[in-house]
Design a protein around this ligand. Structure first.
Ligand code: NAP
Ligand code: ZN
Length: 346
């Protein structure tokens, strides 16, 4: 099946309209007519070469919501007409210890990313900036009724990436959680941590989004450009979720943790982050990382968000505005996720 899409022709080049081939619907597959595709900063890192060499031309997009238009003979979990979502991965071995444990994202054979990955049939995966996609039914999520489909789209990456560490590290009543960076991931981290009952503080470069932060559910808001912030908040937080797409001074943030507190890095800049081990040793602190979440956990997150009325704050754009949106994300000028209307791909 030939479908319209937007692709980056080469590293750091603007995206342009193209036509790509989607595989035939196999017995275990679902064909989805895409409604919306989110723009994640990871798309920009990938296209810009921050994460190394990529297979170009490359169609990004790993936040996908749409309607099932065909299912393979063996598919029972989705039906034609269902609203579904696809996130950052479209396959895994299903047999290793991590897959069996529900951590498909950490598949020991390597999970298959939604784009720029090698699928199990040997083809290169192409992502959601497109009108249709064919995906193994086991990696297709049900989008609960009651969430606006555009607002649900960023949950497929930004939502699960923040929900998973918040759950794992016990965000809830009595816990003080800081979210570093109020962008796509950060604004959902604030909403979700607030819904879990935690006391939430935003640490943003400046105070210019303070009102938004408080509206999203934060109890407190500080500017990291102000050195006084780091003195005032020393030893304060049980959990810090770092969503920043660039290099930060890790030590300065670690010093904001309580004894036994944990900072989880979900931000993934291309350059190395470094730290002084004494920032950990001095207060028995933990520094961790986390990548998206498993498939069952992603469904749990979607159901949690539907139950708490959580969707992303989105700016819906036409495909021809993708390159402009990339520039705005790079300038931290996003409120708080760009979502592409797939009807405009061609
Ligand atoms: P985003 O919307 O651009 O948000 C990042 C935020 O970081 C910005 O809004 C800004 O917040 C802050 N920031 C940007 N540059 C900064 C700098 N130089 N110094 C300090 N703060 C800065 O990006 P996103 O889509 O949320 O993604 C964030 C990061 O997470 C990316 O690196 C992405 O690749 C990664 N990611 C990881 C996973 C995973 O599984 N671990 C999944 C998805 C994305 P303020 O304006 O509030 O300061
Ligand atoms: Zn993403």
């Amino acid at each position: 099946m030939r479908v319209h899409a937007y692709a980056a022709p080469a590293a750091a080049e603007p995206l342009a309209p193209t036509v790509i081939e989607r595989r035939d619907v196999g017995p275990g597959d679902v064909l989805i007519r895409i409604e919306y595709a989110g723009i994640c900063h990871s798309d920009i890192h990938t296209v810009n070469g921050d994460w190394g060499k990529q297979p170009f031309p490359l169609v990004p997009g790993h936040e996908i919501v749409g309607i099932v238009t065909e299912v393979g003979a063996d598919v029972t979990r989705h039906r034609v007409g269902d609203r579904v979502g696809v996130g950052c991965m479209v396959n895994s071995c299903g047999e290793c210890a991590n897959c069996r444990n529900g951590d498909e994202q950490y598949c020991l054979e390597g999970q298959v990313p939604t784009y720029a990955g090698v699928d199990r049939d040997g083809t290169i995966t192409q992502g959601g900036y497109s009108t249709h996609v064919v995906v193994d039914a086991g990696f297709v999520l049900s989008v609960p009724e009651g969430i606006d489909p555009a607002a649900a789209t960023p949950l497929l990456c930004a939502g699960i990436t923040t929900y998973s560490p918040l759950r794992r590290w016990g965000a809830g009543p009595g816990k003080k959680v800081a979210v570093v960076g109020l962008g796509g991931l950060g604004h959902l981290a604030v909403k979700i941590a607030h819904a879990m009952g935690a006391e939430v503080t935003v640490l943003s470069q400046s105070l210019k989004k303070r009102e938004d932060g408080l509206r999203l559910g934060a109890d407190d808001y500080h500017a990291t450009a102000d050195p006084g912030t780091f003195k005032e908040l020393a030893g304060r937080f049980d959990l810090i979720i770092n969503t920043v797409s660039a290099v930060i001074d890790v030590d300065a943030y670690l010093r904001l943790l309580t004894v036994d507190g944990t900072m989880v890095n979900v931000g993934a800049p291309g350059q190395k982050l470094s730290l002084n081990v004494f920032s950990l040793i001095n207060s028995r602190r933990n520094y961790a990382g986390s990548m998206i979440g498993g498939i069952a956990e992603t469904q749990e997150m979607l159901d949690f968000c539907a139950g708490h009325g959580i969707g992303s704050d989105v700016e819906v754009i036409a495909a021809e505005k993708i390159n402009e949106a990339y520039e705005r994300v790079l300038a931290s000028d996003v409120r708080y996720r760009f979502v592409i209307d797939a009807a405009t791909f061609g």
